[in-house]
Write a protein that binds this ligand. Structure first.
Ligand SMILES: [Zn+2]
Length: 336
């Protein structure tokens, strides 16, 4: 009887062990605990709460900084993972367009995933070795006001003047792309700028280049990092369409074009997203990608996640996560 009990305990122990191993794949931690992978709108307050927890849990490898304020005075957060004194830096931007807010959740999940696997290997390379040489700087939400509009309506804007002006612009709040002043933050950059469009959900460049506090904060952010070391590349997450803007023209130096192609190929190999063929930069006015590629000479890809119309339904997050979870660390590996 005692012998049988012992044997049974042995089986139970083995079963539990197999179970535990089953939760990890190839040695990496499968599911991290702070950032939700759930099917819901990921809000600004959830972002703030998660940033506090990540900073606490991974304080040796993660810094959270405020790089500026939005027009409605929300914080623009930068998360640096890895060695902040590294010579090389990879930048990641999420949510430049309001209704594409699933990209905030995606960036935050990536941050937690890389931190929770810091001492393990992803795609054959130790995460710590990569992040020691290439620090990754995320701004998960470049447009928190617009996201608040898309998720909660014009009432989410606290400044009275901005709120009443938004109501006059009209249009669908949930499909909002711009910031709280009706300026499209992906048309407001100082490259071949000319003003066009009208205040509203999309397409308005603003009264002048860098007229918006969000654009200015992002420009200052990348300028600061450029003084610290070399920005090896930028990944900008948008939605939707499952496509990648990865082409560049001879306006960029050959090395920048080659690195952009390599970045695109890496993202494509993981996601299966197709290259945008019709991209033309005859008139680049105000785009972030053309600003960085041609003015700052920094390799840059735009990855458009998802399939449905933005804002994407929560049901898409699982498949987007599966395709994109290794994208940014693999881009960093290219340059280590
Ligand atoms: Zn977009």
């Amino acid at each position: 009887m005692k012998k049988n009990m012992k044997r049974m305990m042995g089986w139970i122990f083995t079963a539990v062990l197999i179970c535990c191993i089953g939760f990890t794949t190839k040695g990496v931690t499968a599911d991290a605990a702070i950032v939700s992978g759930g099917k819901k709108n990921y809000s600004y307050s959830e972002l703030q709460k998660d940033l506090q927890q990540l900073k606490k849990k991974y304080k040796n490898h993660c810094q959270v900084n405020v790089i500026g304020k939005s027009e409605d005075k929300r914080n623009l957060y930068e998360v640096v993972i890895g060695n902040p004194d590294a010579k090389k830096h990879l930048l990641v931007m999420g949510n430049l367009h309001a209704r594409e807010h699933m990209t905030v959740q995606l960036c935050m999940k990536q941050i937690e995933y890389y931190l929770s696997n810091y001492n393990k290997k992803i795609s054959g390379k130790k995460v710590s070795a990569t992040l020691d040489k290439v620090a990754i700087h995320y701004v998960p939400s470049c447009n928190p006001d617009g996201t608040a509009i898309s998720q909660r309506g014009f009432n989410a804007i606290r400044n009275k003047k901005l709120r009443s002006s938004l109501r006059k612009m009209g249009g669908s709040s949930s499909r909002w792309k711009a910031n709280a002043r009706g300026v499209d933050l992906n048309r407001n950059w100082n490259v071949a700028f000319k003003t066009s469009g009208r205040k509203g959900s999309s397409g308005y460049c603003g009264p002048k280049a860098e007229s918006e506090s969000e654009t200015r904060a992002l420009v200052n952010w990348s300028n600061r990092i450029q003084k610290q070391g070399k920005i090896v590349g930028i990944v900008s997450y948008h939605s939707t369409g499952s496509i990648i803007y990865g082409k560049s023209t001879s306006r960029a130096p050959k090395a920048v074009r080659n690195a952009t192609t390599r970045m695109y190929q890496t993202a494509k190999s993981l996601t299966g997203y197709q290259l945008v063929q019709h991209e033309s930069y005859a008139l680049p006015h105000g785009y972030s990608r053309t600003y960085y590629l041609y003015k700052k000479k920094i390799p840059f890809i735009t990855v458009e996640v998802g399939r449905g119309a933005a804002p994407l339904g929560g049901g898409e997050f699982g498949s987007i996560w599966a395709k994109n979870k290794n994208v940014v660390i693999r881009e960093a590996q290219l340059f280590q």
